[in-house]
Design a protein around this ligand. Sequence first.
Ligand code: S3P
Length: 431
Amino acid sequence: MEKFISTVNRLEGVIRVPSDKSISHRAIILSSLASGKSEVRNFLKAGDTLTTLNSYRKLGVRIEEESRVIHVYGNGLFGLKEPEDILDMGNSGTTTRLTIGVLSGQSFFSAVTGDDSLRRRPMRRVVDPLRMMGAQIDGRNKGNNLPLSIRGGKLKGIEFHNERSSAQVKSALLLAGLYGDRITTVVEPVISRDHTEKMLIGMGVNLQVEQREDGYRVSVSNVEKLESMSISVPADPSSAAFFVAAATIVKGSEVILKDVLVNPTRDGFFKKLKEMGADIEYINIRNEAGEVVADLVVRSADLKATKVVKEEVPSMVDEIPLLAIVATQAEGETVITGADELRVKESDRIKAVVNNLRALKMEVEELEDGMIIKGGQKVKGGTVDSYKDHRIAMGFAVLGLIADEGIKIKDADCVYISYPEFFKHLQELSK
Ligand code: S3P
């Protein structure tokens, strides 16, 4: 599907963007391993999280929806069943990497694959430490690419330095660590999103968490069982980001985004934009199921250029393409470095942003690990490619709102991966 986005007078209104993708994945995965029935309210029904739900059904877990609540009848840590077929993880890196961690603790055989994008993405980052723990994992390119086969069982505890601060790697190892013979510790130079830790603690696991000089350390050991959970998933800050950016750059706008997760490991984009001069207010700040949630009030504002360095990347990793797009409207030159992880997301997001800005006749310099973006650029418009990457499609839709001749986005239906209602919400807020 192609989508054409053209200029609007302003954005105005109140919406609740869809629920958090990271928390929705983890709620299904962890409650599948719990003893007893869990309830997940406000589960995100989008491509990636439905992949997780279907995968755990194929692993023998009864998961039912009843009056908008997902009921997960947990099988316990040792109750998953050998799947009858290869598990297809679609486009979802989170389902894949976390589930490889879970499968490493199971004594049965399983195999996982995914779509063209997922089959290109690196898996050694989880495969190597899981092999060190004792899992037998095979696959293409020495185990770096799907399809992969896993034969797990009794695991050894390890200490692992997660130099990329990848939450998927950390979570995979903490999940496998539940089956370890001794403590498993993950050390990160900068803390990555910590939803797995929060949920495990809520399920009765005695997790050790420490902030030291050399970084963040989290340790888990073998447990007998996980308590079931009852959780309500807040709105996704990575989805809210598109409307925060849009309301900031479209003059005369004011939008309210309800119920947004503002966990400090996730709200780096909002903080960075505020530093640049954006008018973003957190109101009604509250705590829900161990997570901090707020309503966001955003009004349009003039922006100044910024710098992003490596340590800042984890808390805004999925929003960096959007930050680069917004930076074309700031005063001065924005320099983003330390973001080489963007090269191995659903698409090469540095290339995707650079190619698309150039297709729109805008100026940007590509760096190995980031971009240099010229500010104060006029947006004439033209055609861009989503590269079948949901966040690239939505990012360029935001730019379309200020493009003189509008922006046509190829393969825009990929928004379904995290935000199926995106274009509908955009229309509702456009005045
Ligand atoms: C996620 C972690 C991040 C992020 C992804 C979701 C998660 O990936 O980009 O969209 O839910 O754990 P990395 O762990 O590769 O940084």
